[in-house]
Design a protein around this ligand. Sequence first.
Ligand code: NAD
Ligand code: TYD
Length: 383
Amino acid sequence: MTPPVSTSSVQKRARSPLPRRLLVTGGAGFIGSAFVRLCHRQGRVSGDADSGHCIVLDAMTYAGDRDRLTTVLDASRPTQLVVGDICDRALVDHLLRKHEIEAIVHFAAESHVDRSISGPAPFIQTNVVGTFTLLDAFRQHWDACGQPAHYRFLHVSTDEVYGSLAPDAPATSEHSPYAPNSPYAASKAGSDHLVRAYSRTYGLPTLITHCANNYGPYQYPEKLIPLMFINMLLGRSLPIYGDGQQRREWIHVDDHCDALLALLELGEPGESYNIGTTDEMTNLALVEVLCDLMDRQGIPLPIAPCRQLIQFVRDRPGHDRRYSLNCTKLYHELGWHPKISLETGLKDTLTWYLTHRSWWEKLLSGDYQTYYQQQYGSRTSAP
Ligand code: NAD
Ligand code: TYD
């Protein structure tokens, strides 16, 4: 039985058989876990003997959390969590063979720009060496299986590889040159080039995606939106880097994952695809929206209205001014469109953080305190 496929927004290209046995790297992280949960909700993995399964491979760094997977990790469900490093070639070989993997959906990465500035080495190791390890293992596995046409290596990359756009420049397309500015973006760009090389040189059926900034449930509180919501609830200041006029494009994590599922089925091997929404705004405008949303909850807050908490702080070095994606290829060639408006998505995300306080409170101790102190302790006011 082929698992049901959502057809709502996808109709343009002929479908290839959907890879059903997936290795999801970084599947205990923010986006990877949303992808696994979506696979379950859509019935792409189920308890049926001939249905698909997800093997999550995650090193459980500070950013990995098993609790993101509790709804899909019980004994009756076909998702397993393997704690391990994507740089461990023997482990990757073993998992590909043992579970007869048809597609790698590759989320595992060091993902936070500020951490890449204070300590770039793990970014090179995981993002570049780790991606190389997976690619080489998958190539060998694909060869050994007779090079099936429906196998896929789906590499989840970022809009940050294109670098910073001028305020009035056209949005970046898949043909725009790479110009990464942070160690994070450079490490993702390096991994993208390796994926491209494995497609061009060996014919490996790869896909590369460049997604905009994600938000939604279970995002680690170092990132802008959860950090702001949590600081409002704790009565802490809301640190805006520089002048707050940097622009980002925002997408709900469920829309991102829905696009990835569509691309697994409909994406052209060897191609890359931008995934975005056109919901672009400045950081300051976004934080003001978040403040107003919080104020309207009618809950007791340590300090209100929340805009009083906004504090301009020293800028991030090399801070990109603007990202903006041209998604014509995804929208017109594949017929996929985002479904969650920014207004609805932000409201739902705030509700989630209000109703899952125990999830984020547990993250605020230990490592996060040290990180917060290092990042923000010395940057309390703008120059
Ligand atoms: P995240 O930091 O929340 O999750 C990363 C996961 O990878 C964690 O669970 C971590 O434990 C795991 N991991 C790290 N190193 C590993 C290793 N060596 N071996 C195995 N697992 C390892 O990141 P995220 O926000 O979920 O991002 C997922 C992917 O999406 C990344 O590749 C990122 O570059 C890309 N992306 C993110 C965004 C965004 O806005 N968050 C936007 C575009 C693209
Ligand atoms: P972030 O969530 O770190 O994502 P990225 O760097 O991948 O875009 O940051 C989003 C934007 O918000 C970015 O321009 C940096 C800015 N920012 C702040 O102004 N203050 C903060 O405390 C954080 C975490 C980010």
